[in-house]
Design a protein around this ligand. Structure first.
Ligand code: PMP
Length: 409
């Protein structure tokens, strides 16, 4: 463990949005798994692009274009270092996790999926890591196989060996569940998969902001995430792929920038990473995301993990004090996501009343309907905690939930 710890009161000043009242109550923002708030350095970075630096990148001979092209490529390097990718060109900028998964589903599907092939996903997945594979399978006459989880919300690891066979072409799994907080043992999954020559795509939408990611150590073939969930801007994301896969896969979008030579008879493609970045990239989003990564690196990933783990333990014990409380997702290894229901009270009602008390949580199925089906429920209330949340906010959540309970009993 590092010596570094997080000075939360100081850090909260970096996030101007937190300093406000909603419904005449100080805002308590506990919807971080949906999106995180942005520190001033990220807002300033974006502002600076539009006030001083904006120009379309890559195509210019002029000063602004060259300068911003360099910043964009530096952003790529920053992402490469952050996730410890072997090569800079293994980092592709996209619009977000959903975009990245669809890109691989299309490109991988075009080249490698045929009738009777199989793709493995899990019962824990977000719709973004279910539907693209389902649609691909439907189009190609392939099959989707699903690894179940136990009632604590942990994947049943032995099922991977049972489901892999000589038709398996890919495993797509989330690193951390957005609905339950479960941390999946991705290294064990890539080990099993690679013993069987099967590549693995890791949906990192909920892991990049909570723990140190090392794609070489995880040995995943693809790792994807969204900028907006890691304190960066909306509409930006990353698709990491091992060089050998990215070299082999066809482009999933075509147009400007991804070409080497175009004639009416034939087009040849650009080298990596540009082959996968057709059109004008969201350079503002990419540079803003890189700034956000620098910000959390300056706080220290271990310090972030320690703080959030403390909050998780504290919040779990505070919620469990409430009679009739049921927490969904009690994995041994989980992050600071609390999905819960209070006996006899609809999740939506709980969320509405909390909102009136200034507390922002999410209610519903959280884009994981099959996961909710497993538990036989429609949805939950989800409080998801981040670097700027405090024990005091958890105390207020507990008090507010006790009031909700009183109102509905
Ligand atoms: N996967 C997981 C695990 C997520 O939590 C989310 C966002 N809720 C996504 C994928 C989709 O991310 P985005 O909407 O940023 O594309």
């Amino acid at each position: 463990m590092s010596e570094q710890s997080i000075d939360v009161p100081a850090l909260r000043k970096d996030f101007p949005i937190l300093d406000q009242y909603v419904h005449d109550k100080p805002l308590i923002y506990l919807d971080n798994a949906a999106t995180t708030q942005k520190p001033q350095v990220v807002i300033d970075r974006i502002n600076r692009i539009y006030t001083r630096e904006n120009s379309n990148i890559h195509r210019g001979v002029h000063y602004l274009s060259n300068q911003l092209t360099e910043k964009y490529e530096q952003a790529r390097q920053r992402v490469q270092r952050f996730i410890n990718a072997r090569h800079q060109h293994e980092v592709i900028f996209t619009n977000g996790t959903t975009h990245s998964i669809n890109a691989i589903a299309y490109a991988f599907g075009e080249k490698y999926i045929g009738p009777d092939d199989e793709i493995i996903i899990t019962e824990l997945e977000h719709h973004a890591n279910i539907v693209p594979w389902q649609v691909l399978c439907q189009g190609k006459g392939a099959r989707l196989r699903v690894i179940p989880f136990n009632d604590r919300g942990e994947l049943i690891m032995e099922e991977f060996e049972k489901h892999i066979n000589n038709r398996t072409r890919l495993i797509a799994v989330n690193h951390i569940s957005n609905s339950l907080g479960t941390i999946n043992d991705v290294k064990q999954i890539t080990d099993i998969a690679h013993r069987n020559d099967v590549p693995v795509l890791v949906d990192g939408a909920q892991s990049i902001q909570h723990q140190k990611i090392d794609v070489q150590q995880l040995d995943c073939d693809f790792y994807v995430f969204s900028g907006h969930k890691v304190y960066g801007p909306n509409g930006s994301g990353v698709l990491y792929g091992k060089e050998k896969w990215l070299e082999e896969l066809p482009p999933y979008q075509t147009g400007g920038e991804m070409i080497q030579k175009v004639t009416f008879e034939k087009t040849t493609y650009n080298e990596l990473p540009f082959k996968f970045e057709a059109g004008t990239p969201n350079y503002v989003g990419a540079i803003g995301t890189a700034e956000a990564l620098s910000y959390i690196e300056s706080l220290g990933l271990e310090a972030i993990e320690a703080h959030e783990n403390d909050l998780l333990q504290y919040a779990t014990s505070k919620l469990m004090e409430i009679p009739g409380m049921k927490i969904y997702g009690t994995a041994d290894r989980k992050i600071s996501v609390l999905s819960f229901l209070m006996e006899g009270i609809h999740h939506y009602d709980t969320g509405m009343v909390l909102d009136k008390m200034g507390i922002a949580v999410r209610t519903g199925h959280h884009c994981t309907e099959p996961l909710m089906d497993h538990f036989g429920i429609e949805g939950t209330v989800r409080a998801s905690l981040a670097i700027y949340n405090t024990r005091e906010e958890i105390d207020q959540l507990q008090q507010a939930l006790l009031k909700v309970k009183q109102m509905f009993s």
